[in-house]
Design a protein around this ligand. Structure first.
Ligand code: SAM
Length: 213
């Protein structure tokens, strides 16, 4: 997500370490102590400006949500939304999801959302796609058996690639939806990107894939 450089972002992140948790790997196996409950934890990878994460945290108060976002100038916008909503069940990490299995222990996570992930269409960038097998290997470790990876995208190429990648990895495809907004899913929380594409009447693809063994 391209965002104007925000010179105040570094200071904001330092001063809001209760919202954007520094040194994520220090909390491996200990996330529930930060949330102060035993509720399941769901992750969004590539949270952007946080509309989905905050919307989900409001809709599901008995689930803890953690958003991972690489870009400082973007994560601070998500943190401001969290602050305004004053929610106790959502945290952010300013980290690269390449290292996600060093932040969470085996079976610590009960769901992963990949919303409008960067498609990286060039073959030489395949390894950066969040559904490349090296990411799936890590998701499999941190997810409880039977938990889902939920992917939403407007990008047909990334969608098709991800379906193949999930299948080759032995995941079970539980939903393959080629036009999410046609079905009027009242539980669907729209992301910032989703709203833009929906306004242009572009199809939104959704897939839910689970690991079982
Ligand atoms: N999910 C938001 C939405 O749907 O509106 C943002 C979508 S934007 C196209 C993708 C976001 O993923 C960007 O903000 C980018 O910085 C973040 N991102 C990409 N690769 C990442 C990675 N490896 N780890 C963490 N964040 C990543």
């Amino acid at each position: 997500m391209r965002q104007r450089y925000k010179p105040w972002a570094n200071d904001y992140i330092k001063n809001n370490s209760h919202l954007i948790i520094p040194n994520a790997s220090d909390y491996i196996s200990k996330w529930r102590t930060l949330f102060n409950n035993q509720n399941p934890i769901h992750l969004e990878i590539g949270t952007g400006k946080g509309q989905f994460l905050v919307g989900m945290a409001k809709q599901y108060p008995n689930i803890n949500f953690i958003g991972i976002e690489l870009e400082k100038s973007v994560i601070v916008v998500a943190a401001q939304k969290m602050q305004e909503a004053n929610l106790k069940n959502v945290l952010l990490l300013n980290e690269n999801a390449m290292d996600v299995s060093s932040f969470f222990s085996a079976n610590e996570i009960s769901g992963i959302y990949l919303n409008f992930s960067d498609p990286w269409p060039k073959n030489r960038h395949e390894k950066r796609r969040l559904t490349y097998h090296t990411f799936l290997e890590q998701y499999k470790v941190i997810l409880k058996p039977g938990s889902e990876v939920v992917l939403k995208t407007d990008n047909q190429g990334l969608f098709e690639y991800s379906l193949v990648s999930f299948s080759q990895f032995g995941m079970t495809l539980e939903e393959v939806n080629l036009n999410l907004h046609e079905i009027n899913d009242s539980q669907n929380i729209m992301t910032e990107y989703e709203e833009k594409f929906a306004a242009k009447r572009q199809a939104i693809y959704r897939c839910r894939a689970a690991f079982f063994d």
